[in-house]
Structures are given as C-alpha cells and as structure tokens.
Design a protein around this ligand. Structure first.
Ligand SMILES: [Mg+2]
Length: 134
C-alpha cells in the first residue's frame, strides 16, 4: 500500500466515535500523524454534541457502543449532515449491522480491528471529491 502521507496534504476534519477509549486514542494519534484533524467522541452522546457544533469532512462510527447503537447515530448524522461521508466500524461477526449501515447511507464499513492503511484508504476514497477550498 502506498504511503498515505502524500494523500492528505490538506488537513481534513475527522470525527472518530468509539466507546473503547484506548483504541480510539491510539487510532486518533495515528490519523493525526497523517495530517488529519481528529475530534474524538467516546459515546454516541458526545458524537451528537460534536456534530451539532461543527462540520466534519468525514466521520468514523463504531457500531457497537454502550449508550447508543451506532446505526441510530448514523441515522441522526445523516439528517444533520447529509453530505458528510460516514465509515462504520463493526466487530467481527457483525457484518449484518454494517450492511444495514450501508443501506442507511454509510459510505462503507471496515471490520475491527482494521489495518490503519485500510482505514486511510477508505478516508481517502470518501473525501477525494471534497472541495478543499471550502
Ligand atoms: Mg464499541
């Protein structure tokens, strides 16, 4: 896989939502090293606060969270920010939920734990048509 550092010359705003705090922090650090501006949310409620207060170029949602089903969050996000692409992360064996996510408008899904390069590639695909002069 190519080096994705070259892909993100413009700092895209990413909302990363996952209730596994350690996993989220590690992933956020890795994405930030690739010139992405990451806002972390550790619950569906935190994600909603973020989505209501600012715009993001792309969002990454864990589908299984304590306080809110990731699919519920996806429905709300699609109403608030219809054009924001959402990548959903699903546990192994929960691909059915991921497919429901696609039907609800998710850009694509990845099975956790996903490779960083896979995620970077999806982020790139999801955002390549964004006008960076916004
Ligand atoms: Mg979870």
């Amino acid at each position: 896989m190519a080096n994705h550092k070259k892909m993100f010359r413009h700092p895209l705003k990413v909302l990363l939502v996952d209730d596994e705090v350690g996993y989220t922090n590690v992933l956020a650090n890795r994405l930030q090293k690739r010139n992405l501006l990451v806002t972390k949310a550790y619950s569906g409620q935190e994600a909603l606060v973020a989505l209501r207060s600012e715009d993001f170029d792309v969002a990454i949602f864990d589908l299984k969270m304590e306080d809110m089903d990731g699919l519920e969050l996806l429905k709300i996000a699609k109403k608030l920010l219809p054009s924001m692409p959402v990548i959903v992360l699903t546990g192994h064996g929960s691909e059915q939920a991921a497919r429901e996510g696609i039907e609800l408008g998710a850009f694509d899904y990845l099975t956790k734990p996903c490779e960083l390069d896979e995620l970077l590639q999806k982020i790139y695909q999801a955002t390549k048509n964004i006008d960076i002069n916004r």
